[in-house]
Design a protein. Structure first.
Length: 312
């Protein structure tokens, strides 16, 4: 089922943090990153106009974030600014095989309050008019019960008028008070999802699902009609009405950093679908994007490193 021109207003919702990356010599470089923000940037680079929806502080780093996103072509009209607050921060350390370890300082980040700020009602009203909203399990976690009480009715209204919702499961147990709370939230989110991008490892950690078949059955059982299930070995299973196919990933000579592998995959898949490609070809495109990203350090790699996969 091609999406094509049916999706004209696209937004990614979540949190962006200050990113510190430890280099092999022990020094750090600073940037900005967050799962849905990474996806928004890669979608913009792939030619899909995408707004980013979050809350930031009124400090210099928040100003720099907005300027960086605008330079990437990401829309910032729905970035709420909160006086006397600062963004969260995370540190990435990678081992010799490219696997990463994250350390976070985010408990008081303004993005957590996105749906309970004075400007939130106007934001929610406008988001209901979008054609596609994308968010993740991290987004779901940081907004808390109060935020989700606003989010879910908003998604219902958006879908009633023909909008669509895409969701990447991104399970992070440390962000949740307990597994039962997370399961309830994920169940509610999946019931409101049109395009799911779950991971087998995510659903095993959250629900105890033993394998890909069990994970796929769970997401289908929630009523999701388009599913891209990311496998533990490189590759994915694409499921849509009348279709189920395993799509292997691209071969990569050397993995440098797996940060944002899933985020760039989501960007590649959704961008391809928005341009009218079918689910299987969109998954192949997503694999190509992710294969480039994991050969470079950091969440958002230099634009010129993506020349081989960018249009034009």
């Amino acid at each position: 089922m091609a999406m094509g021109e049916s999706a004209r207003r696209v937004a990614a919702l979540g949190e962006c943090m200050i990113e510190l990356v430890r280099r092999p010599d022990g020094t750090f470089t600073m940037g900005f990153g967050g799962d849905t923000l990474n996806t928004a940037v890669y979608m913009a680079r792939l030619g899909v106009a995408t707004d980013y929806v979050t809350a930031l502080g009124d400090d210099g780093n928040s100003d720099a974030m907005v300027a960086t996103w605008e330079a990437e072509g990401v829309g910032t009209g729905h970035v709420l600014r909160v006086p006397n607050r600062v963004p969260g921060l995370y540190m990435i350390e990678t081992d010799d095989s490219g696997e990463r370890r994250f350390l976070y300082w985010r408990d008081s980040a303004p993005a957590r309050d996105l749906f309970v700020l004075p400007d939130s009602p106007a934001l929610v009203a406008d988001l209901e008019g979008y054609d596609l909203l994308y968010m993740s399990g991290i987004s779901l976690a940081i907004w808390g019960e109060r935020g989700r009480e606003v989010l879910f009715p908003m998604l219902d209204r958006l879908r009633e008028r023909g909008g669509r919702v895409a969701f990447d499961t991104n399970w992070r147990p440390r962000l949740w008070p307990d597994r039962e709370t997370a399961q309830r939230a994920y169940d509610a989110m999946l019931r409101r999802t049109d395009i799911a991008l779950p991971g087998v490892e995510d659903l095993r950690g959250l629900y105890g699902d033993a394998d890909a078949d069990t994970a796929m059955a769970r997401v289908r059982g929630a009523g999701v009609t388009e599913i891209v299930l990311k496998l533990e070995k490189p590759g994915c299973i694409v499921s849509a009405p009348g279709l189920e196919e395993t799509v292997p990933s691209e071969k990569v000579a050397k993995v440098v950093d797996t940060t944002a592998a899933g985020d760039s995959f989501s960007a590649g898949y959704l961008s391809a679908r928005l341009k009218g490609l079918g689910p299987v070809e969109a998954a192949r495109s997503a694999h190509r994007i992710a294969a480039v990203v994991i050969q470079h350090r950091g969440a958002v790699i230099p634009r010129d490193a993506m020349a081989s996969v960018l249009d034009g």
